[in-house]
Design a protein around this ligand. Structure first.
Ligand code: MLT
Length: 396
């Protein structure tokens, strides 16, 4: 008889955002007259920018002509896009070659797939609170997970310690959910630690485009020594509104070698076996993000979301609620008022003011007592949510 992957029995009942969506759906069916404002999952609300749309349209036209038609794309990414992304890094002073860039269908897909490169016996360090897919993907693979709690006291950017040595280390900066950022100095400590112990850092840079302070690294490869211990996973979802379009990229340096195995070559082998590449049309659109016009336009959209963050932060400041994030990241991470638990606060917000957020406990135990708001909504809804929140906080 077939033996299923029994590790699924070790997962929580449902994936965080799926579970929340079900809860909200049920509420909305029972209360059809209520207007629900969604500040939960980080899904963008602005359309793709003009330059991207023109490139996508051009891609569609190319597929209509025999002379420009494209069939299967190269598994690791279209050369035009790999070159464009590598040049983007090089312009920022990070020296990577075109074939160290792999085009993906998005960071969340890639974060799961990339685990193919690691032995099942490897252990994984997750700094919590953390994006729940890190834990779930490793539970599915049956890997040992070491949870390292972070807190307000260490700015949600803990330093490595010799009691928590693992083979794989997840670092997300700017962080989902806390919005915290690792400085160059802090990241250097993790890079040195990983090199010292032969670990590999999976660096989730999905929110790098939101960094506004100087001296905060956008890429782990800005740190000396990272090319021998890190893989960077990035996405155009939040950078350029590709949540529905799906496109991301991963950088695997050729210098990353363990037990004589080269991770870059292994990933080429993996991709050529497991995928026929990302659609030509989408890659055309993705390349447009890195043009001068594309960069101006995506920055306008990011500025819009940052405007939403300011509206919410003003309410929290006015009501004396402690929070992090909202500056270098599209998430605001707040302490639940009156010592409420994070799911209690979730229910309160849904019942009383129909505002949906994400309970901190969904990001691991260290998130209990905290709550996350996404700033990716429309200005109109953010203003309305801010108003409702202000009244609620004042009434507590
Ligand atoms: C989030 O809300 O944490 C993200 O949007 C989820 C994701 O990127 O998959």
């Amino acid at each position: 008889m077939t033996k299923p992957n029994m590790n699924y029995a070790n997962l929580k009942d449902s994936y965080l955002f799926f579970g929340i969506a079900q809860k909200v759906k049920k509420y909305s069916e029972l209360n059809p007259d209520k207007k629900i404002l969604r500040l939960g999952i980080g899904d963008v609300s602005l359309p793709l920018c003009k330059t991207v749309i023109s490139a996508l349209t051009e891609g569609v036209s190319d597929q209509a002509e025999k002379s420009s038609f494209q069939g299967y794309m190269p598994e690791c990414g279209a050369p035009f896009l790999r070159t464009t992304i590598a040049e983007f890094y090089r312009k920022k002073g990070v020296d990577i070659s075109d074939d160290e860039v792999f085009v993906s269908s998005g960071a969340s897909d890639e974060l799961g797939d990339i685990l193919d490169l690691f032995d099942k016996e490897n252990s994984a360090l997750v700094i919590e609170p953390a994006y729940p897919a890190y834990v779930d993907a490793n539970v599915i693979a049956g890997r040992k997970i070491i949870h390292l709690s972070s807190s307000i006291e260490n700015g949600f950017t803990p330093e490595p310690d010799e009691d928590h040595i693992t083979d794989i280390i997840y670092i997300c900066s700017p962080n989902n959910p806390t919005g915290a950022v690792f400085t160059k100095e802090k990241l250097k400590k993790w890079v040195d630690f990983a090199n010292r112990h032969g670990s590999v850092i999976l660096f989730d840079a999905a929110y790098e485009a939101f960094i506004e302070q100087d001296n905060i690294p956008h890429s782990i490869f800005e740190i000396d020594g990272a090319i021998t211990c890190a893989i960077e996973i990035c996405s155009l979802s939040k950078t350029a509104g590709f949540t529905g379009t799906r496109l991301g990229y991963t950088v695997i340096p050729k210098a990353l070698v363990r037990s004589g195995m080269n991770f870059n070559s292994m990933w080429v082998r993996n991709r050529t076996t497991k995928t026929n590449g990302v659609s030509y049309i989408i890659q055309k659109g993705g390349a447009a993000v890195f043009t001068d016009e594309g960069q101006i336009e995506i920055k306008e959209n990011i500025a819009y979301y940052k405007g939403n963050a300011k509206i919410l932060m003003r309410v929290l400041d006015g009501c004396g609620i402690e929070y992090t994030g909202g500056v270098n990241a599209p998430y605001i991470w707040l302490k639940c008022p009156k010592g409420l638990g994070s799911w209690e606060f979730f229910d309160l917000l849904l019942d009383k003011i129909q505002v949906v957020g994400t309970p901190g406990e969904g990001f691991g135990k260290a998130g209990e007592g905290f709550f996350r708001f996404s700033t990716f909504g429309s200005r109109e809804n953010t203003n309305e949510a801010a108003d409702r929140l202000k009244h609620l906080f004042k009434s507590l």
